[in-house]
Design a protein around this ligand. Structure first.
Ligand code: G3H
Ligand code: 13P
Ligand code: ZN
Length: 325
């Protein structure tokens, strides 16, 4: 049965983005697939008093089951209320990398307050037409829509690209006008996963392109995907406990901080969370080989994830303290 996100206590991104652009910070967009990740996100964002976007990819939907995810998100609002002593930080439930109109509709019907339609692998005209169609449907239900222009290198669910196609600044104004989209994901050198740059390569994103885009659509909410920093202490820890992550390199936190101070108001982070959990679990397996209670390794993984997200909110995104602006 269809349910509106408003009944679940969730919010769309419209007001959150307005405040973030004005306040010079970015909202955390953290992916989740299971209960421990959700607990870590809600605990971290409540403690740092940060609004938060819970992201669900189509892979997450398949993994966790869409009905369970819907109730988990609803539970997140209640849990945040409990932790916040009656007052919950604002929570958005967002579809990450939606690739069809039908998937967006299905998510909206099951309580999502925001959807991404990622038409970036289509031609410009096809992308604009698909995005417009989703916007027209979503806005009837006051659900906000993220579009994407430009292609990130790396893997996004079943789609992968070997090279970046940077967003063309001359196209953004037309795309935003034509589609009525609420926010725009751009490609400026970030990419998905833990291998964003080759060793020896200049590990920098194109903040100059971001500036150029901002000039064309001043104050319009910009989104950065692929924004994990791949903390080297986590990579070392994983490798020291039997893992094998060679030459994993991410985006520098300093560059993300600069982007968050601009019109970038949503920063997507998934891989760093995976690294934090994996490092903690590997440590338990390596140091306590007799342990077989999942709570004994998922618990430390959840705590490590929470600490990572608090750090992101405080020192990278700048979203801490802004939940009730
Ligand atoms: O954009 C990619 C996100 O990290 C989601 O990853 O498709 O493996 O769930 P996933
Ligand atoms: P990372 O792989 O850099 O964490 O990016 C996640 C993302 O963009 C989700 O949409
Ligand atoms: Zn992404």
């Amino acid at each position: 049965m269809a349910v509106s996100y408003k009944e679940l206590g969730l919010v769309n991104t419209r007001e959150l983005f307005k405040k973030a652009v004005k306040g010079g910070y970015a909202l955390p967009a953290y992916n989740f697939n299971n209960m421990e990740q959700l607990q870590a996100i809600v605990q971290a964002c409540t403690e740092s008093v940060s609004p938060v976007i819970l992201q669900v990819s189509s892979g997450a939907r398949k993994y966790a089951n869409q009905t369970l995810l819907r109730y988990l998100a609803q539970g997140a609002v209640e849990y945040a209320k409990e932790l916040g002593k009656g007052k919950n930080v604002p929570i958005t439930l967002h579809l990450d990398h939606g690739d069809t109109f039908e998937l967006c509709v299905s998510c909206i019907e099951t309580g999502f307050s925001s959807v991404m339609i990622d038409g970036s692998h289509h031609s410009y005209e096809e992308n604009a037409a698909l995005t417009k169609k989703v916007v027209e449907y979503a806005h009837q239900y006051d659900v906000t829509v993220e579009g994407e222009l430009g292609v990130l290198a790396g893997v996004e669910d079943d789609v992968s690209a070997t090279h970046h196609t940077y967003t063309e600044p001359s196209q953004v104004e037309d795309f935003v006008k034509k589609t009525g989209v609420d926010s725009l994901a751009i490609s400026i050198g970030t990419s998905h996963g833990a291998y964003k740059f080759k060793p020896g390569q200049k590990a920098e994103i194109r903040l100059d392109i971001l500036k150029e885009i901002e000039k064309r659509i001043p104050g319009f909410p910009i989104v950065l995907h692929g924004s994990s920093s791949v903390p080297q202490e986590l990579v070392k820890k994983i490798n020291s406990f039997g893992g094998k992550l060679d030459d994993a390199i991410g985006i520098s936190e300093d560059q993300l901080r600069l982007a968050a101070k601009s019109a970038v108001c949503k920063i997507n982070i998934d891989s760093d969370g995976r690294l934090a959990m994996t490092a903690a679990i590997r440590e338990v397996f390596a140091t306590q080989p007799g342990e077989f209670d999942p709570r004994k390794y998922l618990g430390p993984a959840r705590d490590a994830l929470k600490a990572l997200y608090k750090h992101k909110n405080d020192s990278v995104l700048g979203s801490s303290g802004h939940a009730f602006d």
